[in-house]
Design a protein around this ligand. Sequence first.
Ligand code: SF4
Length: 370
Amino acid sequence: MDEKVVIYPVFVPMIGCPHQCAFCNQRSITGKSINNPLMDIKDQVESIMGTAKMRDGHKEMAFFGGSFTCLSMDMQNTILELASPYLEAGLIDGIRISTRPDYISEEILDNLQDKGVTTIELGIQSTDPIVLEASERGYRYEQILDSIVNLMKYDFQVGLQMMTGLPYDTRLKSIKTALDFVAIKPSFVRIYPTLVVRGATLEEQFTQGEYSPLSLDDAVEWIRDIKIVFEHHNINVIRIGLQAQEGFNKGQDLIGGPYHPAFGEMVESSIYRVWMSDIIQSLLDYESMAPASPIAFRVHPSRLSQAIGQKKYNILYLSKIFPNYKVSIEQNNLVEIGDMAVFTDQTQLLYSRKSFISQRYEGIVQEMTN
Ligand code: SF4
């Protein structure tokens, strides 16, 4: 879908989820404790649609949280009917739900389609059997694959969610999950680094020293390569990391793990960092550059902060790795968003992100096959 998507999010609490995945405590994540869930959902719908402005794009009411299709069919329909008046009035174009891949039978999917659902997000999290078992997801990937393949035959937009840094996860296992997603050809993906939240099984394992979350640096590097896999295959990554949450920022519900309010930006900066390092290295391989020569990168203004990095991290990093050269990063309106221009004393070169992503992707695939 090329049209801009406008989401009106409604939180559906974990009333229907019969599972307790090791990393999950919905109350911690949402900061909510709810006595009358249906009334709360109704209030949320009325509140968000009461203030919704008519906006351009494909507009969806999104029932997030919990696992929507684990609810009884009656409850699913009661909730979906809350969106009906807005669908009929043309204020929204469809409905989005999120659920588990082992609760998408044809009966469920047919019903969702009849009720106006247009997008389904599936939390797969990993395709590795050991990671899934340690995370207490309750399925193995081969058990759910047929259902996912069946889902892809419907007319829904399908989004897949994965997590990195779950128990027993490795960088290569995470990349394998991304490659398995690519084979399914989803409409979009979300990528979350695993966090330790209060009340989840992982909290206990973490405090007893049985589970170590990824460091922020490792999480950024793992997800950078995963993003490169998806970008190479033109699969839209609509979200990296959780939204900034009040409780998290105050340290109330987040016990540990690689949380950063600008996590997605850090991943983008990491892509620029590797890209610029590769460019400098290739310049040094093919040009004779005198010590203290300037190497000036130019990017589109909208990419400047990502190229420079948080607290000028990329400039500091490149200056440390290549101490004999004067590295600078500036904006230039003439450079396309996906490109990067490089100026030295001797040359001016234009580099395309697409080529860099392809090259890096080949390296990742090579690493996987070794
Ligand atoms: S992650 Fe989803 S399936 Fe697992 S316990 Fe939480 S709501 Fe249920």
